[in-house]
Design a protein around this ligand. Structure first.
Ligand SMILES: Cc1cc2nc3c(=O)[nH]c(=O)nc-3n(C[C@H](O)[C@H](O)[C@H](O)COP(=O)(O)OP(=O)(O)OC[C@H]3O[C@@H](n4cnc5c(N)ncnc54)[C@H](O)[C@@H]3O)c2cc1C
Length: 140
């Protein structure tokens, strides 16, 4: 079994890729639930990193549905309304809402893979090559 600590974007996308490739995976996350904490604002998703990971996770079509169209357009105006910089978006770094992206990744994993309320406090290497993880909730 492969253990991942943290159900952030990195941990979730890794778990999804391992899962669809037939690996047994668990995520231990310190937050009590998926909605325990606001996840912040917008993310721009680069072709060679974020988008490549989503593609590898088999979720690209679903991801495109949450893209904020023209969210990558950018303008700087002064207080008189004069435009100093105007960039039209080119969709190379589309903007998505972090919470929505995380929710999509969570929903893409079977129930039970994410163990909420497990804050890792220590990792100990055992003589047989295994590892023991201790959690703040007293489990290990
Ligand atoms: C202000 C800001 C803006 C950003 N903008 C962009 C952007 O526009 N585009 C982009 O691609 N990237 C952006 N990033 C980077 C992106 O957020 C990170 O690459 C991504 O979140 C990393 O994922 P992660 O899973 O490694 O970490 P995180 O998303 O930080 O998740 C870590 C998870 O681990 C949990 N955790 C922590 N400690 C423990 C523990 N001891 N035991 C169990 N669980 C634990 C946390 O609760 C959390 O859920 C931005 C980052 C910041 C800070």
């Amino acid at each position: 079994m492969i253990t991942i600590l943290g159900a952030g974007l990195g941990g979730l996308v890794l778990a999804r890729i391992l899962h669809i490739n037939g690996m047994d995976v668990r995520i231990f996350e310190s937050d009590a639930s998926a909605s325990a904490r606001h996840q912040g604002g917008m993310l721009d998703m680069h072709v060679e990193t974020g988008q490549a990971a989503i593609e590898a996770a088999g979720l690209y079509e679903e991801f495109r549905k949450m893209v904020l169209e023209e969210g990558d357009a950018f303008r700087i105006l002064d207080k008189t309304g004069r435009v100093h910089l105007a960039e039209v978006g080119n969709d190379l770094r589309p903007e998505v809402e972090r919470g929505q992206l995380r929710a999509m990744l969570i929903a893409s994993l079977p129930e039970g893979i994410i163990r909420w309320g497990h804050r890792a406090t220590a990792i100990a290497a055992e003589a047989d090559g295994a590892y023991t993880i201790s959690f703040a909730n007293g489990l290990s």
